[in-house]
Design a protein around this ligand. Sequence first.
Ligand code: SUG
Length: 453
Amino acid sequence: MSDTAISREFNFDGLVGPTHNYAGLSHGNVASAKHQGQIANPRAAVLEGLAKMRQLYDWGFGQAVLPPLSRPHLGLLFQLGFRGTPAAMIESAWRADPILLAVAYSASAMWTANAATVAPSGDCADKRVHITPANLSSLLHRSIEAAETTAHLRAIFANRQHFEVHDPLPAGGALSDEGAANHTRLCAEYGSPGIQIFAYGRSALNSQTTQPRRYPARQTRESCDAIIRRHQLNADHGLMWQQNPEAIDAGVFHNDVISVGNQNVFLVHEMAFVDQERRLSELREVYANLCEGELHLFEVSLTELPLADAVQSYLFNSQLVTNENGRMSLICPRECQESPLAQAVIERLLESSIPIDRVHYFDLRQSMRNGGGPACLRLRVVLDPSEQIAFHQGVRFTPELHDKLQSWAGRYYRESLNIEDLRDPKLIDESWLALEKLEQILDMPAGSICQAS
Ligand code: SUG
């Protein structure tokens, strides 16, 4: 069967940007708080991500990259009243508040599971792939991603015959949207009709919903409803499930930290959703009506894996991918190997009738220290044969692209970056130069990735 003969899932992994750092910007993300102030290694971070992409490509999975965003975000600093040359703006932002400068320099766009929510063409009434870039309006450093991410997605999925890249939802608390990290699609085959589970943390317009007490609920129900309408999904196939507030309070800031699904397999912690038993029977029923074959549910209990261990090991932030033989592999962070409890769950999984027979571990520590595991680093896009060649092919992963990106990182990325370093005016030009070179490597128009001003 040729490469493009059937619908496949492509993982669009985020390339870690040259200003990757640990500023502790994400309230409710335990790893981000824990590693605040540590020295980051941007070069190691981008290479770790590339090694994962290369391995998945070599195993035959669809793989592509999404570029980092242009940092520092001088537009934000300008809006906040800083004026003068870029170096002067950086210096006065530092003096006003180093955290503000860290916001403008954040490389958080690497977690492309938060870049957008994507619906395959087969699920949408107009039979095009629909993409809604996430507004990420819950946190300042993430809210400044949406405009550039939208521009990148529009450049990559430019063919309007196949793709519709919407505007992000209007920013503001009521429509706060964190993208595919709170979205799971289940189906028999990638090209057949799918059930889309939308996870939300709170309802902005209905004060009856229970809310977490300690940490923020980032995704609203209203944003999920809007995405179902925009993507022209059959509302009966879009399930709206509330995240368990207790889990959010334990550090489960996105749903992909507590469940993962692929085709007919759904791995879920018992504390993932409110009213979970009822939700899972609803899923069984909808699946039986819409999809052929068996649905495999694998629930992990609190005794087996307490929430703190789920968050520490990031077991559910593994990628679940379908091999060429139709069986599945689990792509886990190395931290799962270091957790005896996660290991016991994996053993039970492998002994069960769930069609997963391979487990691989990846060292993604640079990203993990900011709360980003294998699944955070990628945006899943299911594409049919014509769509697979209709997106911008310069971002398609190949061994040649891998080689180029490795040398590029070796040349333009620092091996050490701490918060004080963000004050260094040389970092501005360095990071712009890296992105200018990247535009050439990915064959993107000049100025489309690097928005130096
Ligand atoms: O939004 N961390 C990201 C991690 C996102 C993980 N994505 C998924 N679960 N899909 C976040 O909390 C840390 C940035 C800092 O602390 O500097 C950060 O933004």
